[in-house]
Ligand binder design. Structure first.
Ligand SMILES: [Zn+2]
Length: 512
């Protein structure tokens, strides 16, 4: 049995289906660059037929990312496959990923097709995709709830038509590990030509079993895992990349398979995904949560000091979480900054370095030590968001126990300067009222939360907001040593994301 598991990352496609998690092309490119550094084998960059924005992002990624495979999703129609191919053709290793549902409930009620029609559609799609590239993946949507023998028949036909990977998704997150492992084993033994393709799995976490199901499937012979960083995705999310990789890494005797992931890039990637999407990682999240390596109970601490392996099954360094995160101080020069940004994965132009350097100096004046997280914020807010419609120019706030909180704010709206002032119940409320007035937004603020980016009282405050307008949902994120400024940045970021969604309407939301 092959001892290598292919890691297929779909953070940019299925992960982006998380409510509010839309990303612009610059942000997706940045994430794609980091995924390449992390060492995923296949990067599913998007669903090119779903929207113009998706198409643009996928083709930009295909043009830039040359070290790993770049996949584009397509339904079984020719139009979808044409669109996918057009978007990914510039990639060094393009992959077309086509899918159709195979469960009776989906075929009857959604597709209104018979089993034979579905097989015919699958065969046509794979053959057509194959006319563009050797590398074709076929997915049987809702595979875990499909008739076992029919599923094997569809896979056999897809492989016969040229599919090099066949994927078995647990689309609705319904499977149980023993059951899913046995289904994979059944497919491995009842699909006559399965040895000509890689069997893949794609799980959802509705019952909290996505990682368990994926591990069970790998144990039963699956050799590709479809995952997202931090497990983000629709509803309860997808299988989390870091959990699968670290389970395999930590228990090699149990399932003797390897991945190509550079585990020390796991934590930086997790941070970046959270920063760009605005989706916070829960503190008790396995591997990458803030508490995952915090042994605070006294008895554990005592053990850890004597020998870390008494309670730590993984070392924090393995996932790139080093205790020594001090990077740059007030006196660090431009050269040191450039080198450090390069280490973090940013290849910036001289102009961009200059912009980051100015912001870095401003921050170093307020904060003793500038950490990696701080630099990520400067780059995310200063470089990746340059296409923003709304930008904060200036704000001034007065508040206290004896005055009515008041804010005056100056914004750039499409490079036109506007200013205004307003009152509120507190300083943040005053700022938000003023920004809402200046931008004339029709959105509703659903959630507001604050956390600290790093340790210490001079740490940057990190604010996340969730906004809704006419059914569109957007998350906004902002960070600053001043919590009120961070709040303003988060609100403005959310408003910009809403504008992005309005100008990039999604025409297809199907998936697997
Ligand atoms: Zn999915």
């Amino acid at each position: 049995m092959n001892d290598r598991v292919i890691i297929f990352d779909t953070t940019l496609r299925d992960g982006e289906q998380s409510p509010g998690a839309s990303m612009n092309t610059a942000e997706k490119l940045r994430l794609a660059t980091q995924m390449e550094k992390l060492g995923v084998d296949v990067l599913e960059a998007g669903f090119p037929a779903a929207s113009e924005g998706d198409f643009d992002a996928v083709s930009s990624i295909a043009n830039k990312i040359k070290g790993i495979e770049v996949a584009g999703l397509a339904r079984t129609s020719k139009e979808d496959i044409d669109r996918a191919w057009e978007a990914i053709r510039a990639a060094a290793k393009p992959r077309i990923h086509t899918f159709i549902a195979t469960s009776d409930i989906h075929m009857t009620y959604k597709l209104k097709m018979s089993r034979d029609e579905v097989i015919r559609k699958a065969v046509e799609a794979v053959r057509y995709a194959k006319s563009f590239t050797e590398n074709v993946e076929f997915s049987a949507e809702d595979g875990s709830r499909s008739d076992r023998d029919f599923l094997c028949k569809v896979f056999e036909a897809a492989i016969e038509s040229g599919a090099t990977t066949v994927n078995l998704p647990d689309t609705v997150g319904y499977a149980i590990p023993q059951e899913f492992g046995s289904l994979v084993k059944y497919v491995m033994t009842h699909t006559p030509n399965i040895s000509k393709a890689v069997l893949s799995v794609h799980c959802h976490n509705d019952l909290g079993l996505a990682t368990a199901n994926t591990i069970a499937a790998i144990g039963a012979g699956a050799r590709q895992a479809e995952v997202t960083v931090n497990g983000i995705g629709e509803r309860a999310g997808n299988t989390s990349l870091e959990e699968v990789v670290m389970a395999l890494h930590t228990r090699p005797n149990f399932i003797p398979v390897a991945t190509g992931i550079r585990t020390d890039q796991i934590y930086p990637t997790s941070r970046l995904v959270s920063m760009i999407t605005g989706i916070i990682v829960q503190p008790n999240k396995a591997i990458v949560g803030a508490n995952a390596f915090a042994h605070e109970a006294g008895i554990h601490q005592d053990g850890i000091l004597k020998n870390p392996m008494t309670y730590e099954i993984m070392k924090p360094e393995t996932i790139g979480l080093s205790k020594n995160k001090l990077v740059l101080g007030k006196h660090s020069g431009r050269h040191a900054l450039r080198e450090h940004l390069k280490d973090l994965g940013y290849d910036l132009s001289d102009e961009e370095i200059q912009l980051v350097f100015v912001k870095f100096k401003e921050l170093a004046d307020k904060k003793k030590n500038v950490m990696d997280e701080d630099l990520e914020v400067i780059v995310t807010e200063g470089i990746l968001r340059t296409t923003d419609i709304f930008r904060l120019e200036y704000m001034h706030v007065t508040s206290g126990t004896t005055v009515m909180p008041m804010a005056s704010v100056k914004l750039l709206i499409n490079d036109r300067s506007v200013r205004g002032a307003g009152y509120g119940n507190g300083p943040i409320d005053a700022v938000y009222n003023t920004i809402a007035k200046l931008t004339d937004t029709g959105s509703e603020l659903l959630r507001f939360s604050v956390s600290a980016l790093t340790g210490g009282t001079d740490a940057m405050g990190e604010v996340t907001v969730r906004l809704r307008e006419n059914g569109l949902l957007a998350l906004g994120k902002g960070a600053d040593p001043d919590i009120i400024t961070a709040s303003a940045k988060a609100y403005i970021n959310g408003l910009n994301r809403l504008e992005y969604l309005k100008s990039h309407p999604v025409v297809a939301t199907e998936g697997l």
